[in-house]
Design a protein around this ligand. Sequence first.
Ligand code: SAM
Ligand code: SF4
Ligand code: SF4
Length: 342
Amino acid sequence: MSDAIHDALQRPLASLRLSVTDRCNLRCRYCMPEDEYVWLPRTAILTFEEIERLTRVFAELGVHKVRLTGGEPLLRHDLPTLIGLIARNRRVDDLAMTTNGLLLGKQAAALRAAGLQRVTVSLDTLRPERMLAFAKSARHADVLEGITAAGQAGFTKLKLNAVVIRGFNDDELADLVEFARGHDAEVRFIEYMDVGGATRWSQDQVVSQREMLEMLARRYGPIEPISGDGRAPAERFRLADGTTFGIIASVTAPFCRTCDRSRVTADGTWFLCLYAARGIDLREPLRRGASDQELASLIRGTWQGRTDRGAEERLGVADRGALYRIDSLRADPHREMHTRGG
Ligand code: SAM
Ligand code: SF4
Ligand code: SF4
């Protein structure tokens, strides 16, 4: 099979986000504001062997970066076993996971031993009462314990993701920079996106990259951009004392032009874009007994026709509001951010 393939806009197939469950033990207001959801049927959830096989086919077509996500990936029973299966693949040179950290304290060492290379922990606030109000959980201390455990388990270059929302945590930017510095981590501030799941999104709650930089400059003085490879979603910056941080400006400065990412949901639906209305069913051919070649040719042909630029297209929408209302999300759980994996 050939090496990297490119889509219709010359973007390589390089990075895959694997959602291993649509379930979550938090209810972040920007992702899963409701208590109950329409869940993917259990029989539809891919087994570890199926995920490993799909990953292998993707890797033969050029994917070399794999990120496990969810829902909350650590709710998937026995995750280190899956990590071990993927880590054996020599084509995968970057194996990472995004987690809300609640269960990381118990699992960090086993994940590391299984071959996980990098961890990103979502940490929107340092104030437990804010997490209670915004994610319906009193377990803030468990997240902090998870971050400490990740460091102790040997995960370096730890990243902390914070979705910045006006009136919720936009007064904590400097506190999060300080916290990250103290934990040998780098914080990445994410603009609040109008993705599926964010049914309470409105433009006025978005704190733009420009505003974030202004707020931080008032506290720290001049901020210097760090030139990157142009493919990473986060733009990185350096304070005068050398501390670095990132901003993911998906709303005000989308990076679709260089997007090499796609996503497979826990039931094997492949999405070419976070905003795509529909995905491609890979579970059906997988369970029908399709050969690796057949799967590869389906993936290759689909990627070569990809023209998705979801976030850039949303920029042109007048009177932009939430992407979906709750009733239309309920009609298809694949539209949810917690199903697509962020
Ligand atoms: N549960 C894990 C976690 O929270 O880290 C992994 C899945 S979560 C869907 C992945 C990432 O998507 C998280 O960092 C989360 O903050 C981000 N996310 C979810 N909804 C978002 C939104 N409306 N705007 C921006 N980022 C969002
Ligand atoms: Fe929050 Fe992640 Fe769960 Fe969404 S999937 S509710 S972002 S913890
Ligand atoms: Fe990639 Fe779609 Fe996100 Fe643009 S909106 S960066 S094309 S996933």
